[in-house]
Design a binder for this molecule. Structure first.
Ligand code: AKG
Length: 300
């Protein structure tokens, strides 16, 4: 009505004009955003071409990401814990899994915060994205193929979904045609609501040498392959999600505060010692790093 004051003009009606202004502002005074500096040393053209393949196919296979030494360190640390059969038929009754890795295996850090992987995640997810789960997966010979699935199925968005999560599977053993290499349906990350895999959908196997990784979007239909090779197939997998989503593993309970204080800043941020602005993740109104031993957390 003419002459009537709008809410914007009357100071007693306070409101936010844009959600972007609301969520992109870092309000923390002591522990500001810590962004990964991973992309700095990565060839931008290489990153761009891998990123383009990832968006087109839903996955990209990258070779030579970790050294034989890094693989052996993780294999040794993980093997000490891999003493149980699988939990259920989805994960594979003949597939051993090690959960809670950030507390148990420091050797996994090199895989979780691999600079090239972080550089991709920096492009795909919002700052302060989280580690949703990290596992060593050992598919024993005689294991049938895992049911194909997506890793973002539990986030209730209609498909095709925006990029909510991203995953890696690193080959600790060579992935071969018959030892359980990850199977994926190219392009399936673009499928609409209600579209499930059909037998006729073309599948690819991530056959790749140890030290390589298949990096894929959470919406890609994939699964561990059948292993009838007569020997086991060991892998490391990491899943990462947007900073506003619930993670699959609860790292606040499985990772001690002492460990969280000791790991790298990239690890600490991924474990949830970070804020999604303006205050998701706070503890008593403060940055979670203030909860860690060593005074009020590492300074930046
Ligand atoms: O082991 C693999 O290759 C994939 C495992 C997987 O997709 C899962 O457990 O969610």
């Amino acid at each position: 009505m003419a002459g009537e004051k709008s809410g914007r003009e009357d100071p007693k009606f306070r409101h936010i004009d844009s959600f972007q202004d609301y969520v992109d502002v870092d309000l923390a005074r002591t522990h500001g955003f810590s962004r990964s500096s991973a992309a700095k040393n990565i060839d931008p053209q290489l990153l761009e071409s891998q990123h383009a393949r990832l968006l087109r196919d839903g996955f990209v296979i990258i070779e030579d990401l970790v050294s034989a030494g890094q693989l052996e360190r993780l294999r040794t640390e993980a093997t000490a814990w891999l003493d149980k059969p699988g939990r259920n038929s989805f994960e594979g009754e003949r597939t051993q899994r090690l959960y809670g890795l950030p507390e148990k295996c420091r050797a996994a850090d090199d895989f979780i915060v691999h600079p090239l992987i972080l550089a991709h995640l920096d492009r795909l997810l919002k700052p302060n994205y989280l580690l949703s789960q990290a596992q060593v997966i050992n598919i024993l010979s005689g294991s049938p193929a895992q049911p194909l699935h997506t890793d973002d199925g539990f986030y209730p968005w209609p498909s095709p979904k925006p990029v909510l999560s991203v995953a890696t599977v690193f080959a600790i053993d060579d992935f071969t045609e018959d030892n359980g290499a990850t199977v994926a349906i190219p392009g399936s990350h673009l499928w609409g609501e209600g579209r499930f895999p059909r037998d006729s959908d073309p599948r690819v196997k991530a056959v790749m040498p140890a030290g390589s990784c298949i990096l894929f979007l959470g919406s890609l239909w994939h699964g561990g392959g059948e292993n009838d090779a007569g020997e086991s197939r060991m892998a490391f997998t990491g899943q990462y999600c947007e900073p506003y989503l619930r993670t699959q593993e609860n790292y606040f309970l499985s990772v001690s505060k002492n460990t969280a204080a000791r790991v790298s800043e990239d690890m600490r941020r991924l474990l949830g010692y970070s804020i999604h602005p303006p205050f998701m993740g706070m503890v008593n109104g403060m940055h979670p790093k203030r909860e860690l031993p060593s005074a009020d957390g590492p300074s930046e």
